[in-house]
Write a protein that binds this ligand. Structure first.
Ligand code: PEP
Ligand code: CO
Length: 459
């Protein structure tokens, strides 16, 4: 069986890629639209609208990721499990940017490296689901697949896949990105004053003094740059921020993948870093086929059931020329399984003489249900997976190039644990996610601080 998979992979790598070649492959997790003509009309409209970003930015990210691959830079990737259209609001966008920027400064300090910030934002609107249909009180309707596809309310009208939502998603993505770009240009001056950060959670932690010490250390470093090195605040206030989302809905991705003047190849201009979800990472499936043809760096989620053969076949397909900064493996193994699986994954890639960027997603292998049936994750288990990831990469002589976290800048109660010790009974209070539970503002900042501490100790 295994050799057969290799043969297939080799043959398919040689077949020419086109913008539509994915359509000849099995495409999992796609909605079924009632009227294909309506979908085609929407895809045509979308393809004619201006791109959300430029090829220059995509190349800039690839260059930064090449530095990550070489062990000289670190990635912070984070944001919602699923963005919703309703959350396309100024304050919510600003608070997401704020927590990501704060975490990134903490990680710069801990890792002693520049940090590339990649938000799960401006396009994270489609979700894979384990069941196509959902039944409630004897009524069966299509599952909610994200605002790109249908709506969460349990009515036939809301759950009907609606192609015009692709246009609404593109518009929301454009609005979000427009505001992010303005903020990142200079609207975040207080970022450089960690004395303004909300560290009230630290009071509940035995590491309170250390957390305050870290924040004031960052403030001192910023003042040193400004006052001693003479780097003007306006320069450091400009922050790079890249976007990412799961490249799940292939019509949406196709419509925004373009050629650009004076550059070779095809660029997906809806997001800087699309990633292939674990459920759609079949080597001969439509998603891998689509994403092998673009110039962007590409991520792939890798779970505990990934075989060595699968990993190597993915590398052959998605980065056959071994271009630096091109392929990111985001492992999401779970805190109980990482010790068993990560060493074999690292060795498989290294023994084949290949290179990838390794990022740890400590969220998706650690989801569980409370006795009341609420989906949650435990801060301690998330931290444990991350810490193990650092230790295992170090023991294997490999480099953990980044972390991938589901978080929000709001004070939600979706994950248990953290300094305030949220428990299952707190989850009812402010559980807002339609899909996976996110770290809230405090939990996310605390996680970054604990991680920075771990990295600083590792040297
Ligand atoms: C996600 O990142 O929200 C997700 C669905 O992840 P995975 O593909 O790893 O399950
Ligand atoms: Co998720």
């Amino acid at each position: 069986m295994i050799p057969c998979m290799f043969v297939l992979a080799e043959v398919s790598a040689q077949t020419p890629w086109t913008l539509e070649s994915w359509q000849t492959r099995p495409a999992l997790q796609q909605p079924t639209y009632e009227n294909p003509a309506e979908l085609r009309a929407v895809v045509e409209q979308l393809a004619a609208l201006p791109p959300l970003l430029t090829s220059y930015e995509v190349i800039q990210l690839r260059e930064q990721l090449a530095e990550v691959e070489a062990g000289r830079r670190f990635i912070l990737q984070g944001g919602d499990c699923a963005e919703s259209f309703a959350d396309c609001q100024g304050a919510l966008i600003a608070s997401k940017l704020k927590i990501l920027l704060q975490m990134s400064l903490v990680l710069v300090q801990g890792s002693k490296r520049p940090v590339t910030r990649i938000a799960r934002i401006a396009g994270q609107y489609a979700k894979p689901r384990s069941e196509d249909m959902e039944t409630r009180n004897g009524v069966t309707l299509p599952s909610y697949r994200g605002d790109l596809i249908n709506r969460p309310a349990f009515t036939p009208e809301d759950r009907r896949p609606d192609p015009t939502l692709l246009l609404r998603a593109y518009e929301r993505a454009g609005l979000t990105l427009n505001f992010l770009r303005s903020l990142a240009k200079g609207g975040f001056a207080d970022l450089h004053h960690p004395e303004y950060w909300d560290l009230s959670f630290a009071r509940h932690s035995p590491m309170e003094a250390e957390f305050h010490h870290m924040a004031s250390g960052i403030g001192e470093a910023v003042r040193f740059m400004e006052n001693i090195l003479g780097i003007r605040a306006s320069e450091i206030e400009r922050v790079d921020l890249f976007t990412s989302h799961e490249g799940l809905h292939l019509w949406y991705e196709q419509a925004q993948t373009r050629r650009v003047p004076r550059r070779e190849g095809w660029f997906n201009l809806s997001t800087h870093l699309p990633w292939i979800g674990f459920r759609t990472a079949q080597v001969d499936g439509a998603h891998v086929e689509f994403f092998r043809g673009i110039e962007n760096p590409v991520g792939v989620k890798v779970g505990a059931s990934a075989s060595e053969e699968m990993l190597l076949a993915l590398i052959d397909k998605l980065n056959p020329q071994g271009r630096p900064g091109k392929l990111v493996f985001i492992h999401r193994l779970g805190n109980r399984k990482i010790a068993e699986h990560l060493p074999r994954l690292i060795r498989t890639v290294r023994n084949a003489g290949k290179r990838v960027i390794w990022v740890c997603d400590p969220m998706h292998g650690n989801t569980f249900m409370t006795p009341d049936g609420i989906k949650t994750r435990d801060f301690g288990e998330i931290l444990s997976e991350l810490e193990q990831a650092f230790d295992i990469h170090a023991a294997e002589g490999s480099y953990l190039g980044g972390v991938h976290i589901e978080l929000t800048g709001e004070n939600v109660t979706e994950c248990v644990g953290g300094a305030r010790g949220l428990t299952a009974s707190d989850l009812h209070r402010a559980y807002r996610s339609e899909v996976d539970p996110r770290l809230n503002y405090e939990q996310a900042l605390e996680m970054a601080m604990l991680l920075a501490r771990k990295m600083a100790r590792a040297g």
